[in-house]
Design a protein around this ligand. Sequence first.
Ligand code: HPA
Length: 304
Amino acid sequence: MKKSTVIPSVARKSWAIDRSKNQKNPKQKSQTMNYTEKIKESATFIKSRLPKNPDVAIVLGSGLGDLAEQIQNPIVMPYASIPNFMQSTAVGHKGNLIYGELGGKAVLAMQGRFHYYEGYSMEQVTLPIRVMNALGISTLFVSNAAGGINPEFRVGDLMIIEDQINLMPNPLVGKNMEEFGPRFPDMTRPYDLDLIKTCKKIAEQQDISLQEGVYVGGTGPSYETPAEYKYFRIIGGDAVGMSTVPEVIVARHGSMRVFGMSVITNEGFNFTHDFVNDENDVVEAAGKAAKKMTVLFTEMIRSL
Ligand code: HPA
């Protein structure tokens, strides 16, 4: 039998001393703050590090970090350095907030996001969006890797998200944050119609083909069964993923303009007998399509 380890009392004592020291640490102080105070604290921290207020915020999904490499004069803030930000534990998510120039504008990009399936609360998942809103950023670009459920879709396709279906807990449940928006925010146009138009125009100029469709957001982390993919198609979905929807609800609550794009990384139909969904294949497929998405986002931001 394995011998159990007894922590000597000296070690225990020194651990206790360390902990009390930690109370001076801002992260420790954060534990006693309410959500609004946390948002303010994160925003103040980020603002103090930026030469100017960003025009646009970008959330980069699994394997889509490529765009971050194109940001000029970057200021990189690891999530671990930002008060109240969580850690990115998902595959293909680097965990940096990057400020810099893209398409001639000042942007703030999340290289990796927080997911509900990581065990984070909806408040934690959407805190960065509240912070971007508090920083005065009015336009948000979101991206993700998604499973195609429209049988016309193929791996590597880019899909403009025209609408979404929420199958996760709604992040606005709880006391309404009046300083951001109303109790019952309108969701008739979650994705900005002008930005969709601009994207189509640029795609045509750049000879990039696009799909358009409805994104279904589920909790994951298990991939869908064939019956579930079929069901998501029946309820009106074209692609399915495990993110984005809570961020978009919170962004719209705060009246941000949103543009969304999915990269189709796997096909949720016509499974061959040996097919399995694998997270590494998903990240690889996203990485291959990331360049096209980078061109579109950059030129769209230039046109703002
Ligand atoms: N299902 C859910 N999330 C995903 C998928 C999928 O098939 N592909 C990439 N993210």
